[in-house]
Design a protein around this ligand. Structure first.
Ligand code: PLP
Length: 470
């Protein structure tokens, strides 16, 4: 090395943050080519439903980041809860029966909320993780463990749905039913079976009633169970409302029939409430809203409003009893993560849940969600390329089509939703373009007011008309 060669070959003096990002950050869920060409958007601060980038441009965050900042940005109360716990202990683990007060109180609180607000009085224990993906990996391991312990080692396959999103780790990514997340990663792994999503708008046949459509979906699942053998199928996983797949709201009767079918074949039902938990649908949990009785429930995101990475799995009495009774013989439950039960996450989650309850944010989602959807319909339902505007609470999808009758897609290689997303950003609005169908989505903080909804609709309509002029 000559003396004038900098020690780090990428070292360049006076680089902008954007250039540093391009030279150093390997982004999640990003086209490397796009990031290298266009650089990042650097977010700097947030307050309420608004977020500001490093250049001072303000946006309405129509997505609550990734469907998760339920209480909105800039909550001092949460910052203080985190600070106090960081100061007191910083970190300690929960292996080998170690525990900490915030996480004990959080587990107790979650079971109470599930019982009182969602009717889930059969839930027994909470296992903590740090992301929706690792929690769903825990689910995969738990259903295997459960069936091994009760002498059913063949009962291992999991049914998931096309369009479902359950994360990106090897196991959770395999449950995910969206091709882009599998491409070049050699997943899904064996033992995962994908069936049709519940999306009457797109998949109902001409003249088919919603009830007949549900019967057809259930018949497909019954056929899969018959073909594979119920003694080989351990579980079925579903989001109460499919999020990343395009905000698919289940048709009436679907979950009722599904749960009866699963119960008849001793197949566990896993509710993935990573998005739908903590108020998004205008109800504390999707399970309560749709009358689900899951054997296992996954949560993440809204439990801390994203202020700390925290997730978990709630197991029912039925599962817990098998694990508990086998424990003396099995020994160690040899699964867990360093940060399972992080005390700072516990404290932050408790502060977050206090805010959701005190400010009646679940009721706000139940009020503003339908108002927002109606305002979008009022302005866009007659647009010839807007096929469907749907959603539940503050979880809304807008699907584009070339033709309203045939529902043919516009240009699948250059989806309108992606172009509208970019136009919306220019209007100071963050939305999302979904990877499974030509759909934009909204999932704003649950503090979203009717005024915020009006402003969002104005900006969004301008973006839609720029991309799809009348
Ligand atoms: N499950 C659902 C329903 C999700 O929407 C997500 C993320 O969006 C996940 C699981 C994965 O969560 P994470 O990104 O925290 O791993």
């Amino acid at each position: 090395m000559t003396t004038d060669t900098p020690p780090n070959a990428t070292f360049k003096p006076n680089r902008s943050l954007a250039d540093m990002d391009k030279d150093s950050v390997f982004h999640a869920m990003t086209s490397i080519a796009d990031q290298q060409a266009n650089g990042p958007v650097i977010m700097a601060s947030g307050q309420g439903v608004r977020i500001k980038d490093h250049d001072g441009t303000e946006y309405i965050d129509g997505m609550a980041a990734l469907w998760c900042v339920n209480v909105g940005y800039g909550r001092e109360e949460i910052a203080r809860a985190g600070y106090e716990t960081l100061k007191n202990i910083g970190f300690f683990h929960t292996f080998t029966a170690m525990s900490n007060e915030p996480i004990i109180r959080l587990a107790d609180r979650l079971l109470t909320v599930l019982r009182d607000e969602a009717g889930l009085d059969h839930m027994s224990r909470v296992f903590f993780g740090t992301s929706g993906s690792d929690a769903n990996d825990t689910q995969v391991k738990l259903v295997r463990y459960y069936n091994n312990l009760r002498g059913k080692p063949e009962k291992k396959k999991i049914i998931a749905r096309r369009g479902g999103y359950h994360g990106t780790t090897v196991a959770a990514g395999s449950l995910t039913g969206i091709p882009v997340y599998h491409k070049a990663f050699d997943i899904p792994m064996p033992g995962v079976l994908h069936v049709a999503p519940a999306h009457y708008y797109r998949d109902g046949l001409p003249g088919e009633t919603e009830a007949a459509y549900v019967d057809r979906l259930i018949a497909e699942i019954r056929d899969v169970i018959t073909r594979e053998g119920a003694d080989t199928i351990a579980a079925f996983i579903a989001e109460p409302v499919m999020g990343t797949g395009g905000v698919m709201v289940p048709p009436a009767g679907y979950f009722e029939q599904l749960q009866a079918l699963l119960a008849a074949h001793d197949i566990l039902f896993i509710a993935d409430e990573v998005i739908t938990g903590f108020g998004r649908l205008g109800s504390w949990f999707g399970s309560g809203f749709y009358g689900l009785k899951p054997d296992l429930l996954t949560f993440a995101k809204g439990v801390t409003s994203g202020y700390f990475p925290l997730s978990g799995v709630v197991v029912s009495d039925k599962i817990w009893a098998v694990l508990r009774d086998a424990s003396p013989e099995v020994g160690l439950f040899a699964h867990g993560y360093t940060y399972s039960g992080h005390p700072v996450g516990g404290a932050i989650a408790l502060a977050n849940l206090d805010i959701i309850a005190r400010e009646n944010l679940v009721a706000n989602a139940a009020d503003v969600g339908p108002y927002f959807k109606a305002a979008l319909k009022d302005r866009l339902a007659d647009h010839p390329q807007v096929g469907d505007i749907r959603g539940q609470g503050l979880m809304i999808g807008i699907e584009y089509v070339a033709d309203k009758i045939t529902k043919q897609p516009l240009d699948p290689h250059n989806p309108a939703s992606r172009r509208i997303l970019a136009a919306a950003k220019d209007e100071g609005l963050i939305a999302r373009a979904m990877p499974f169908g030509d759909v934009n989505s909204f999932s704003p903080p649950l503090t979203f007011s009717r005024g915020d909804a009006d402003e969002t609709v104005e900006r969004f309509v301008r973006a839609v008309l720029r991309v799809l002029p009348l």
